[in-house]
Design a protein. Structure first.
Length: 491
């Protein structure tokens, strides 16, 4: 809502961007460049960690590489809690977003310029904390431009999501090409430049498109407490860094640790939102209705995020990437999903608007998403034991990934803004991003059980994941009437 008139949303009076406020274009723009840098870097990350030093990498094992990638992915979205807290208690969503963008650019710069494990550690922490914070706050600011009952909200998140995936498409293509011709650090440098472009664009458009949006601090922290919280956070950060540097926390265990921390954080956040005296009775029912949706979202992301762990290794070692005598860089496989998103996001956005009240309920969208992911996992079984998988096979699987993603991810973000208690708007959105955190970390944990050299083990791996995802889909479909009832007016 705008600061000038809390009864009127910006979207009610500004329709300059395809019927939406121009602020949506600005927010979509910075997310485009942030995702360009994020996925451009992540497209190289596993390979940078497990390729030999002679090939420009760090020379760790594949197990350590997938554990670090999973832990990093989990940390990104777990940081949404921190960003949400800073937003709701210190600076408001929009100013927190701006600070996070600066942190991300510094992180990519570290990866590009600081060699070895030190640059990797500094860069991943800065990017993870900044990206998680930016994800939570940007979505909150998008939601704040619309009335809670505005039918355009889901369409706005789909447009925003399409911009995200334009960045996700271009990032791995450009950084992968630079890695192929000049080495890993040139690819990381391109990610840093992309984030700088996004930051400049945001600064230029900030005052004219987002004035008064996302400025409220819903639950301000008293000034005397700020130093105590800041000091405690710094101490924890230093202790964790020291534990990793000294080997007290083994690198191959990072994904397990981040998974456990994210689960604890989710339980604590649910307890806070449900038990707080600031949460009204109907708001409490809405938060409770989100619990089964939370589990379904975790299941989806545990499979989807394997694009950066298992599927990254699969693309490098099991995929026939030869096209007309030219071998496609392994990192380019990660641009297939964003390409499909760009093609189909507008289709889904238009479809939801056209269907209106006739569209499937949000619980059924979540159920369909998990059903599709289960089928996609099982398709991998068709190629187990083959010498190599044709590239069209992975294209088909990632098409299914995309259909599932469009049913859950933008819809889930929109749902979180609609179910959020007034006192915990950004922290409710952080709960949704915690599902991505747990799922991302789990993708690293699960990758430890994947063996591309054993056809039987590979078949079992994908069979178990497929059955688990389909089972979750069935449970959510059966619970759908109860979930809709407790959403109290939210569909």
């Amino acid at each position: 809502m705008t600061a000038q008139n809390p009864e009127v949303a910006l979207a009610d009076k500004d329709r300059r961007f395809f019927g939406h406020p121009l602020g949506l274009a600005n927010l979509s723009g910075i997310e485009l460049w942030e995702r360009f840098s994020f996925y451009g870097m992540q497209g190289l990350l596993a390979y940078y960690i497990y390729y030999s030093v002679g090939e420009g990498g760090l020379g760790y094992s594949e197990q350590i590489a997938t554990s670090i990638v999973g832990a990093y992915g989990g940390l990104v979205y777990a940081s949404a809690i921190l960003g949400a807290w800073v937003s709701d208690r210190l600076f408001g969503a929009e100013r927190t977003l701006f600070g996070a963008a600066i942190m991300i650019m510094l992180g990519h710069t570290s990866l590009a310029l600081v060699p070895g494990a030190l640059g990797l550690g500094i860069g991943l922490v800065l990017v993870a904390v900044g990206a998680g914070t930016l994800k939570a706050t940007t979505s909150t600011v998008v939601g704040d431009m619309y009335q809670r009952t505005d039918d355009r909200r889901d369409a706005a998140f789909s447009i925003y999501y399409m911009a995200v995936n334009i960045g996700g498409l271009l990032g791995p293509l450009i950084t992968g090409a630079l890695w192929d011709t000049h080495g890993f650090h040139w690819g990381f440098g391109a990610a840093a430049v992309g984030m700088a472009i996004g930051l400049v664009q945001y600064i230029i458009m900030r005052g004219s498109t987002l004035k008064g949006v996302g400025v409220d601090v819903p639950d301000p922290l008293p000034r005397p407490q700020r130093v105590r919280y800041l000091g405690g956070g710094l101490v924890v950060g230093i202790l964790v860094a020291a534990a990793i540097a000294t080997g007290l926390i083994p690198l191959e265990s990072l994904a397990n640790i981040v998974t456990a921390i994210a689960v604890i954080g989710a339980v604590a956040l649910f307890a806070l939102l449900i038990g707080s005296r600031k949460t009204q009775a109907d708001e409490r029912r809405r938060v409770i209705s989100f619990i089964p949706m939370f589990v379904a979202s975790v299941m989806f992301w545990a499979l989807f995020q394997q694009q950066f762990t298992v599927i990254a290794i699969y693309s490098d070692q099991r995929l026939d990437r030869n096209i007309g005598g030219w071998e496609v860089p392994a990192s380019w496989v990660q641009s297939i999903n964003p390409l499909f998103i760009i093609i189909f996001a507008a289709v889904f956005a238009t479809m939801w608007v056209k269907l209106g009240d006739r569209q499937p309920s949000t619980p059924m969208k979540f159920a369909l998403s998990n059903l599709i992911m289960g089928i996609a996992a099982m398709i991998f079984m068709l190629f187990a034991g083959h010498e190599s998988t044709p590239i069209l096979g992975i294209v088909g699987i990632l098409f299914l990934f995309t259909m599932a993603e469009l049913l859950l991810s933008p819809v889930g973000q929109s749902l979180a803004t609609k179910l959020a208690p007034e006192a915990f708007k950004t922290q409710m959105l952080a709960l949704f991003f915690l599902t991505v955190s747990i799922g991302s970390a789990l993708s690293g944990v699960l990758a430890g059980y994947y063996d591309p050299s054993d056809a039987g083990a590979e078949r079992t791996y994908f069979l178990v994941l497929g059955i688990a995802s389909i089972a979750v889909a069935v449970v959510i479909a059966l619970l759908s009437p109860w979930i809709r009832k407790n959403m109290v007016g939210v569909r």
